[in-house]
Write a protein that binds this ligand. Structure first.
Ligand code: PLP
Length: 382
């Protein structure tokens, strides 16, 4: 357990350092290369200049919780109680941590689908639980990297306490379909398990497809913690403001940890986001198109390169397969790409407990078009 928690710097830090050292274009870490909407920046500045700089309530500013509840209603058709079922968190990270610490007890098992975002496992270990890893299945049909429900069914035991989902998915860009939700409903209805759904890329879905939140399904909602991040939605990852929506009883479990670890989240930013959501509700509907054009730009520029890929269905990541270029393992190939070609990425193996031998790298395309063009030109040299 200890080694997993103390295994040194994360790959995101390592690749960013390497990228800086070699003056490479950094498409490794998942942060946007542009500022939030100026109207949002102005609102936050106004709230800072006004007298709004003291502690916020533990569960979040009421205006923000109301707007989050309205947003969930609009996009998932779920009516949630803003006071009892919504908690504003210190980024999605803190919500994910508080959920895991709140519901996982020593000896409990948690199911994680690999490749998986790297925050989940350490939190489970800290809670005294263990993780069971199930690979997402590859097909040539979209969405790629989907859940094998037979395998999920067979993996659930009496010890299983929590299943962690993340769609739109980091690092593969996969999304959930309606039949996925139905299959999940069928499986969990026979088991006493909770679901934690990491939906931080909920508003970034492409090609006319829709994000399906676990909140949209009656049976799943009853046992779900739905977590999201305004960092991704508003190009403001440094603000670290997210939220967790869950039925009252579950919210109470999560808040037991939230109130003692983080307590409350930065006041003027909560107020600014609340006002922005209320005043410019159309902003969110522009986000998928904004990122889809960036995905299209990146994919069209590397279409004739020696990388192969399936266009991402959501999130702001694109996986590229380099098996036509090299048989080297992904970590050393990513290092070489950073040092010699000048583009930093993340090797997919870091997202696995037991990595398959895949030649794949994750590239973040949340960058200005000129940066995407320069990076693609470099990648086409290979
Ligand atoms: C899948 C996933 N979940 C959670 C987070 C963390 O979100 P936040 O920055 O709001 O803590 C990230 C950030 O990259 C992510 O990709």
């Amino acid at each position: 357990m200890k080694s997993k928690l103390t295994s040194g710097a994360s790959i995101f830090h390592i690749m960013t350092e390497l990228s800086n050292k070699h003056g490479a274009i950094n498409l490794s870490q998942g942060f946007p290369g542009f500022n939030p909407d100026p109207r949002l920046l102005n609102l936050v500045c106004e709230f800072i200049k006004g007298e709004n700089n003291q502690y916020a309530p533990m569960s979040g500013i009421p205006e923000l919780r109301n707007n989050i509840a309205n947003k969930i209603n609009k996009y998932s058709g779920r009516s949630v109680h803003p006071e009892k079922e919504v908690t504003v968190s210190d980024g999605a990270t803190e919500a994910l941590f508080s959920v895991i610490m709140g519901v996982v007890h020593p000896g409990d098992e948690v199911i994680v689908f690999d490749p998986a975002y790297d925050n989940y496992v350490p939190a489970v270990l800290l809670a005294g639980g263990t993780t069971k890893h199930i690979p997402l299945i590859r097909t040539n049909n979209r969405p790629d990297y989907h859940i094998d429900f037979q395998m999920l069914k067979e993996s659930i035991s009496k010890k299983t306490r929590l299943i962690i989902l993340n769609f739109p998915h980091n690092p593969t860009g996969s999304i959930l379909t309606k039949s996925d939700l139905e299959a999940l409903e069928e499986i969990v209805s026979h088991n006493k398990v909770y679901l934690m759904s990491d939906e931080v890329y909920e508003h970034i879905v492409f090609d006319g497809m829709k994000h399906l939140s676990l909140a949209s399904n009656d049976a799943l909602w009853q046992r779900s913690f739905v977590v999201s991040s305004f960092g991704k939605t508003f190009h403001a990852t440094g603000w670290k403001v997210g939220f967790c929506a869950a039925p009252e009883e579950l919210t109470n479990e999560m808040r037991q940890i939230h109130q003692w670890s983080c307590y409350s989240v930065v006041t003027p930013i909560q107020l600014g986001i609340a006002k922005f959501l209320e005043t410019y509700p159309e902003y969110i509907d522009t986000l998928s198109d904004f990122y889809e054009s960036k995905r299209n730009l990146f994919c069209s520029l590397i279409k004739n390169s020696n990388f192969s890929f399936q266009p991402s269905a959501g999130s702001f990541y694109q996986l590229l397969d380099y098996s036509e270029i090299s048989s080297e393992n992904d970590t050393s190939f990513a290092e070489k790409l950073t040092k010699e070609i000048g583009v930093a990425s993340i090797p997919i193996s870091v997202f696995y407990d037991d990595p398959p031998n895949e030649q794949k790298l994750r590239f973040c395309f949340a960058k200005n078009d000129a940066v995407i063009e320069q990076a693609a030109e470099k990648l086409c040299q290979l």
